[in-house]
Design a protein around this ligand. Sequence first.
Ligand code: SF4
Length: 347
Amino acid sequence: VSAFAVRIAEWQERSGRHDLPWQNTSDAYAIWVSEIMLQQTQVTSVLRYFPRFMQRFPDVISLARAVDDDVLASWSGLGYYSRARNLKRAAELVTERHGGRVPEPVDDLMALPGIGRSTAAAIRVFAFGSRDAILDGNVKRVLARSFAIEGWPGTPAVERRLWALARELLPDGPLAGYTQGLMDLGATLCTRTRPRCGDCPVAGECRAFASASVDRIPGPRPRQQTPRRRAVFLIARDPLGRVLLERRPPSGIWGGLWSLPEFGSAEAALAACRARFRVETRAPGEGRPLQHAFTHFKLEMVPLAVRVSPSPGGHAAEPGELWVAAAALDEAPLPAPVRALLAREEG
Ligand code: SF4
């Protein structure tokens, strides 16, 4: 374990980055800003934005007093703007609670928006020389591979193991070089795809490398099971070939659009149909379903085509209903999957 830390620190000393504008300083504010920028952005991009941002907002108080739009404008191009909003809000809180000085206690740092456990640790190590372990996305990958910790690092059990390991690995003495080395290794050599194991200082003891499982570790995010729903869409045609449409409720999927009447089952659809019309189709049956994926669920759309004619009660459209000639269906504001279902039945 200690050999691992020594190799990383030596490699950082030899081949790591030493002249980034947020290195060689103990300005906690500058280190904090850089850590936030680096959260979802590569070093090369951060290098373009960091100096400009620091020039515009050189300390906590200037950021706290800034106009939101100016902060966002300085962030423009870095993306993930919630980071800028959180940084600004956090600067206000640091001004209110700590007189504009970035606090050292981990709880005070983590009470600020945008600062999680790993970011708080990085600020503490680099600005205050504290003894903390970091575990950002890159470091998770390096540790998971080096010690063959399988599974997706976002899983609580895997994450707990990685945190425990990150703490165990901390070498004695100053941590800045080792911490920077871990970050650099994850960002430059132990990349997600095609890591450069041949150049890696810990390749000799890396378990994933030894067992040729670098591609499998860390494990991928488990695929979410998307809920499925099944609905029967009634395609009722009258003797003129017109199709019955109804307007969807204003909220929910396809809110306010015209659609085919929707039912939970073919039986329910036929019962509703028979209550109002004479059903001419002898043995109405479900057609071939069409699958449609929404963001949160998958819908199996089952067509049920029936010929209907007026029953003694008449078949005038009720409020929110419309009989539409086949030729006019193209113009009707129908959701695309409903249009596809109709086109398929026509075909
Ligand atoms: S040997 Fe390869 S997989 Fe293992 S830590 Fe180094 S770069 Fe990552």
